[in-house]
Design a binder for this molecule. Sequence first.
Ligand code: PLP
Length: 222
Amino acid sequence: MGKVTEKLNVLNTFIPEHVTIVAVSKTKPNEAILDAYESGHRDFGENKVQEMLSKFEDLPKDIRWHMIGHLQRNKVKMIVPFVHLIHGVDSVRLLNEINKRAAQVERKVSCLLQVHIAEEDSKFGFDEAELDELLGPDFKEKYDCIHFCGLMGMATNTDDKEQIRKEFAGLKKLFDKYAPLFDEGDWTTLSMGMSGDFALAIEQGSNMVRIGSAIFGERNYH
Ligand SMILES: *Cc1c(COP(=O)(O)O)cnc(C)c1O
């Protein structure tokens, strides 16, 4: 058993079964991914299109690739044929582009709408008023190649647990607010929580956590 699998096994002892762990493999080599893959793990997250593409090409085809980063519109067409779930849909223009490219490959693409819940300005996402407008009367006809699966958010990078808890609770509230618009089994996924705050996120109702450094170790950027 490799080091990555050991870490995943430890996480699995206290992350409940209904919570999907997306192993965030950005910057990490294929061998690290295969370590987890061979123990049965299938959900991996990347935040750069080029990196996801080359890993997709090199690695087993039953891996479920999650695009977790900010996605540029001009790169949508490269991932639409195979991506499992796009977490960071943060604008109507991006959603339009995904819908258009999905139609071209005759695929319904699963998306999470990213919500701005953090204090920092730098984090992308919709606010509640924008979501109200987007999820208005005709959104299902308009986005006929989008499978709206739920919401994603990132809390403020702070040690203040109460603040993080409040931000996650706010996102869960929005998730519940829009649920009645969808058919049973459609609006299922609330993606919140990373290595530093996943326990708080799960406590507040997350059912998908995006964990990188706690599985693969610290990242080296150069
Ligand atoms: C990198 C990244 C993560 C994982 O971060 P860790 O702190 O390493 O767990 C989660 N979500 C997003 C959107 C990321 O870009």
